[in-house]
Design a protein around this ligand. Structure first.
Ligand SMILES: NC(=O)c1ccc[n+]([C@@H]2O[C@H](COP(=O)([O-])OP(=O)(O)OC[C@H]3O[C@@H](n4cnc5c(N)ncnc54)[C@H](O)[C@@H]3O)[C@@H](O)[C@H]2O)c1
Length: 317
């Protein structure tokens, strides 16, 4: 598995992964359409380490464009695809469900078909903890029922998992679907809570605080996610679903308190009603990933936030 195609490689998780792969001497092909969900300049900056590397190639284009993907596969002998390109974010998917479905489902189908045409049958797909919806049983296990998504984003991720299983069954693909739990760390997307909170508390700006603060998330550091993906590459066989989480939860209230402590500043909070589509709690059971992938997250919330704040400061952000 020497040549890896990373879709969505200019994004938050993708660019961290590209850096790691290049450091391990993989040849990396990055496909990204620099979607306008957040600033293109941020994505260009994300790739600033990769772009001059001899083992790195960037293709700017859309995964829904079959002719474009065909060119990428024709020009490169690709061993494995890490599929991270998607419309991300729960709340915006409620306003724009068709676009989310189109990129996340039809885009995944277009990728699977191109892979089939080029006899590339190794895929790691980035699914999401949101497929668990408001699952009452915690921690969430890969065997739990995920038939009750509560946002178009979650439904699109579940639909893409189903397509992955279909290609495993019909065409003998090896596919791991990794359900990622709220990822944070260097290059975090600007729409995500930790980024917004750190920035706004530092700048004495108001932070929007949805609900009563009791909602909980299993936050996962992006370096741990990259470790999990790398391990998935070396274990890829058959079809499997794995949770990649930090396996500890933090309430919204405690998250703000922790950031206040680290920055030495008080938050100015604007209380707002809980948002439709937001789940009450996420919490990963990672026993299967531990056993089969050797996955073992290293960052607890405090260490992870210290790392993130240091990164923001050292990059003047
Ligand atoms: N960040 C999280 O907390 C989290 C949690 C669970 C799952 N995920 C999944 O992980 C993956 C990466 O998420 P991220 O946080 O890095 O998001 P991101 O938005 O930073 O990265 C996604 C990248 O995909 C690209 N893209 C979007 N549509 C495309 C298209 N049609 N063709 C080609 N490229 C396209 C974007 O330009 C972007 O660079 C996504 O699939 C997301 O659903 C993320």
């Amino acid at each position: 598995m020497n040549t890896v195609l990373v879709t969505g490689g200019a994004g938050f998780i993708g660019s961290n992964l590209c850096d790691r792969l290049l450091g391990l001497s993989y040849r990396v092909i990055c496909v990204d359409n620099f979607d306008d969900f957040y600033a293109t300049d941020i994505k260009k900056r994300n790739l600033s380490n990769c772009i001059t590397h001899n083992n790195f190639k960037l293709y700017t284009g859309d995964i829904r464009d079959a002719a474009f993907l065909d060119d990428v596969f024709t020009g490169n002998s690709i061993d494995i695809v890490i599929h991270l390109a998607s419309k991300a974010g729960v709340r915006p998917s409620i306003a724009n469900p068709q676009q989310y479905y189109d990129v996340n489902v039809n885009g995944t189908l277009s990728l699977l078909e191109t892979m089939r045409n080029h006899r590339c049958t190794n895929l790691i797909f980035s699914s999401s903890s949101s497929v668990y919806g408001n699952n009452k049983k915690v921690p969430f296990s890969e065997t739990d029922n995920v038939d009750f998504p509560i946002s178009p984003y979650a439904a699109s991720k579940k639909a893409a998992e189903l397509l992955c299983h279909t290609y495993y069954h019909l065409h003998g693909f090896n596919i791991f679907c990794l359900r990622l739990f709220t990822v944070y760390g260097p290059r975090q997307r600007p729409d995500l809570a930790i980024h917004k909170f750190v920035r706004s508390i530092s700048d004495n700006q108001i932070i929007p605080f949805y609900g009563d603060g009791s909602s909980e998330r299993d936050y996962t550091h992006v370096f741990d996610i990259c470790d999990g993906i790398l391990s998935a590459i070396s274990h890829l066989k058959g079809f499997e679903i794995f949770n990649l989480g930090g396996s500890q939860t933090t309430s919204l209230k405690n998250l703000v308190t922790l950031i206040e402590e680290l920055l030495g500043k008080k938050a100015i909070i604007q209380h707002l009603p809980a948002q439709k589509g937001d789940v009450v709690k996420t919490y990963a059971d990672i026993s299967k990933s531990r056993q089969q992938l050797g996955y073992s997250p290293k960052f607890d919330m405090r260490q992870g936030l210290i790392n993130y704040v240091d990164w923001l400061k050292s990059n003047d952000l």
